[in-house]
Design a protein around this ligand. Structure first.
Ligand code: PEP
Length: 249
């Protein structure tokens, strides 16, 4: 049975104490009791504030990254147990900005997924091809290779992950994958998961990210293998994010 759709906001390196309060107040007021799952992946310095603002609501707190290491001399990193201290329920791993700007490899992303799974946090594992890779016809090979590393390291609990298909050329560009393009990749990823975890493949949420907005969310979220969205820019505007949540529900 398919799980509820998941709409996760990725605030990236945006926010501030006052702005966060205004945004979350507006979201909670407008959201009511959504039929989908909702998460906000916020910058780590705001975990405490956002945890308090979301307390008693069904909206989950998420992180944008995590260390694969459990503790020690890793300046600037946050461990999984630190995330647990603030009630974090989801952690994005392998976002293309981390892969591209911080050189994160498939193996490191898989280790991060293992670290959070070990503490009961759901990893949102991002995969996606660049424009050059798509134009060279390599989309399938690229996304499957990225996901394979995570399956290899976490086969025993693969049903606990969320996969986010995020074509790099669609992130923050205003160019969205068409519903057909996105569905085709989601179906490939579902088939790969079926191969790895046949009985659970339909339960694993595969969400889409890349310039999803209030106008295009309905059509994307209606695709058979799209189980939600990872939303960057539009998650910072309450009316837009609320429309996406409504489209999912
Ligand atoms: C993202 O950063 O994960 C993302 C999908 O960003 P945007 O919605 O702005 O393209």
């Amino acid at each position: 049975m398919r799980k509820k759709q998941l709409i996760a906001g990725n605030w990236k390196m945006n926010g501030g104490l006052a702005a966060n309060q205004i945004l979350i107040d507006a979201l909670l007021q407008g959201m009511g009791s959504p039929a989908c799952d909702v998460a906000l992946c916020v910058p780590a310095p705001y975990f405490s504030q956002v945890q308090a603002l979301l307390s008693g609501t069904s909206t989950a707190l998420g992180a944008q990254d995590v260390s694969a290491q459990l503790q020690g001399a890793f300046t600037g990193e946050q461990s999984v147990s630190m995330l647990c201290d603030f009630g974090v329920r989801y952690a994005i791993v392998g976002h293309s900005e981390r892969r591209q700007l911080h050189g994160e490899t498939d193996e490191l992303v898989a280790a991060k997924a293992s670290a959070v799974l070990g503490k009961g946090i759901t990893p949102i594992v991002c995969v996606g091809e660049t424009l050059a890779q798509r134009e060279a016809g390599h989309t399938e090979a690229v996304v499957k290779h990225q996901l394979a590393a995570v399956i290899h390291a976490n086969g025993h609990c693969i049903s606990e992950i969320v996969v986010a298909y995020e074509p790099v050329w669609a992130i923050g560009t205003g160019v969205t994958a068409s519903p057909d393009q996105a569905q085709a990749v989601h179906a490939m990823l579902r088939a790969q998961l079926r191969h790895a975890a046949s009985e659970h493949a339909n339960d694993i949420r595969i969400i889409y990210g890349g310039s999803m907005n209030a106008a295009n969310a309905g059509e994307l979220l209606a695709q058979a293998d799209i189980d939600g969205g990872l939303i960057g820019g539009a998650s910072l505007k309450a009316p837009d994010f609320l429309k996406i949540i409504a489209a999912a529900c």
